[in-house]
Design a protein around this ligand. Structure first.
Ligand code: ADP
Ligand code: TPW
Ligand code: MG
Length: 581
């Protein structure tokens, strides 16, 4: 039937036949109608032609070497643009490879849609052993915000619309869309097909806070002697940059940015208490959380990080009502979207707003300046091999000179120290391992950051972290993306100095010593650098970023410099068995 029918979209016309369309084209048209122009994925049965046709129809289709990285790209595209990023995979194994990224997106509140081809329902449900058979919808469901399957071409428009709305509205997250192979070949009248598509109107509607909630929050804030604002990545996602800045500056309340909220206001802002974080959390009496959860990253809002039990009152702005009281009591819940809530607080402050007591501001400023001064000499060290601090001191200057570059960061010491040392100056420029502390986001995030923003990307990667997605340097070279990867090569996970007590094998945490990651980049036509001093590092990164070409800098770091698990060694369980003396 399709062979003789006239399919619209650049296929040969045979006049007398009615205009027809099919599942492939309806999926593409539904995405395009909703302003989605890019797909990240890996081809194969049954979605190879979907990728080809999407490209032919003008979409950008970025093919990866592994679905997890395509999924991470889609997730961070969602974070950067507020539109769901699309990851396209084959059935069973490809789907499972993408699923980690989907779950990670959901955990981090990034909107994305994993679209996977699947095998025939009849065979899957009778478990008769189809090619790549798996009940994907059932498996995806507990790991994402919503999961849908489309069985009829006429429902593709609604299926895509539901997926977009589920991903973007309320708390953003990952959505799974299951498209069985048979669907793609289904043919229907082209006009009826067009009519069946849905352009999602207002996918993330404003959710205005109740006036009582704003009044309550302002009362609590006014009562504070040592108030603090904590900005989380929800605040970065919300793109309410001006309002947030105005809230901080009008209120005069110092703030601490969570990792991916760095740069929302420049880290050098006088009200930034980032470099006095411990003091700020411990000694504050009222904390206003804006798009940040009281999870492990904030010590669950209790314990020694927060001073005496009950000494801190929390006000929380979040779009998800159930986030309130998840760890400790929230005395003033403000449920709504950040743009509306922040604006309402600002309006409520009015002219008579009293700035916080100056001794609190001074305390934090003194602490911040002392911490910065203590750090300064470490950043200047010229020792070879380099310390983390010296290498990061060099990169800190580079980011200062290139504030619009996007920084991708993963590892343990490489992550924790870079977060503290590298100041950010613009919103949504720092992308990292997020809520799970997941390794492997590096190259996927880098690809999407370059594709979505057109800005240069600097990836600061532990050698272990890099290994999780390292093969995607080929993808970076294939698309000629302006990505400069710096691998902090300390020969291993945390350190490169462990040994196997039996002397038989390499220790569990070490890699081939003195590996040349730069040559991986050269293998695909990118530029490799091997550097051992901060000066060489600076020269290499500047040259790479000026060229706009893919580059990898293998930065030799002292294998003994790192600490176990970076800053979170205390989360390692301790053996209950006492060691014999
Ligand atoms: P961080 O790790 O930076 O502390 P989290 O990921 O823990 O940040 O928190 C982000 C929070 O932001 C989530 O609870 C999410 O519901 C919320 N959020 C995301 N977008 C919005 C928005 N537009 N308005 C209000 N809250 C939002
Ligand atoms: C998916 C556990 C946390 S950090 C890390 C691992 C393996 C690598 C640290 O070594 P790296 O950094 O990158 O060389 P550095 O500078 O300290 O030497 N699997 C996943 N996620 C996590 N978090 C891990 C394992 C881990
Ligand atoms: Mg390492």
């Amino acid at each position: 039937m399709t062979a003789v029918a006239k399919i619209v979209h650049n296929t040969p016309e045979i006049e007398a036949e009615p205009d027809l369309t099919d599942g492939f084209h309806l999926v593409i048209d539904a995405l395009k109608l909703n302003g989605i122009e890019t797909i990240y994925g890996v081809p194969g049965i049954p979605i190879t032609d979907l990728g080809r046709m999407a490209q032919a129809e003008g979409m950008r289709v970025i093919s990866f070497r592994h679905e997890q990285h395509a999924g991470n790209a889609a997730a961070i595209a969602g974070f950067l643009t507020q539109k769901p990023g699309i990851c396209l995979t084959v059935s069973a194994p490809g789907f499972l490879n993408g699923l980690t990224a989907l779950a990670n997106a959901t955990t981090n509140c990034f909107p994305m849609i994993l679209i996977s081809g699947s095998s025939e329902r009849e065979i899957v449900d009778l478990q008769q052993g189809d090619y790549e058979e798996m009940d994907q919808l059932a498996i995806a469901k507990p790991l994402c915000k919503a999961a849908f399957r489309v069985l009829h071409a006429a429902d593709i428009g609604i299926g895509v619309a539901r997926a977009i709305r589920a991903a973007c509205s309320g708390r953003p997250g990952g959505v799974y869309l299951d498209l069985p192979a048979k669907l793609f070949a289904q043919v229907m009248d082209a006009e009826a097909g067009r009519q069946s598509l849905v352009k999602v109107i207002d996918p993330a509607p404003a959710q205005r806070p109740a006036p009582e909630a704003i009044a309550r929050a302002l009362d609590v804030l006014k009562s504070a002697k040592r108030p603090l604002i904590v900005l989380g990545k929800g605040a970065a996602y919300a793109q309410a940059d001006e309002a947030i800045r105005a809230l901080v500056e009008t209120s005069g309340i110092p703030y601490v940015p969570m990792s991916m909220a760095k740069g929302l206001l420049p880290d050098t802002h006088p009200l930034s208490a980032g470099a006095a974080r411990s003091t700020a959390l411990k000694d504050s009496d009222v904390v206003l959380l804006i798009g940040a959860r009281l999870n492990w990253l904030l010590s669950h809002g209790k314990g020694k990080s927060w001073g005496e039990p009950g000494s801190t009152k929390f006000i929380q702005i979040d779009i998800e009502p159930r986030e309130m009281d998840s760890n400790v009591e929230i005395v003033a819940p403000v449920v709504g979207d950040i743009a509306s809530c922040v604006q309402a607080l600002l309006d409520g402050m009015g002219k008579g707003w009293q700035q916080p007591p100056s001794d609190w501001i001074e305390t934090l400023k003194t602490k911040r300046d002392a911490n910065i001064a203590k750090m300064a000499p470490k950043l200047m060290s010229n020792a070879s091999p380099m310390t983390f601090h010296a290498a990061l001191g060099a990169l800190r200057t580079i980011v200062k000179e290139r504030p619009d570059a996007i920084l991708v960061n993963e590892g343990a010491n490489t992550l924790d120290l870079a977060r503290g040392i590298i100041d950010m100056y613009q919103p949504r420029k720092r992308l990292d391992v997020g809520t799970w502390g997941i390794m492997g986001i590096g190259m996927g995030f880098a690809v999407a950051a370059a594709v979505e923003t057109g800005k240069p990307v600097l990836c600061v990667e532990g050698d272990s972290a890099f290994g999780f997605s390292g093969m995607e340097v080929e993808t970076i070279c294939r698309y000629g993306l302006p990505v400069c990867i710096v691998v902090f090569n300390n020969n291993g996970i945390y350190r490169g100095t462990d040994t196997d007590p039996t002397g038989r094998d390499p220790a569990t945490t070490v890699f081939v010593p003195d590996s040349r990651y730069d040559r991986m980049m050269e293998a695909f036509g990118g530029v490799g650098y091997h550097v051992t001093t901060p000066d060489e590092l600076t020269r290499a990164v500047n040259e790479a970023m000026n060229s706009g070409r893919p580059a990898l800098v293998n930065a030799v770091i002292d294998p003994a410099a790192g600490s176990e698990s970076g800053n979170i060694g205390s989360l390692n369980p301790q053996s209950g068995i006492k060691k014999k003396k």
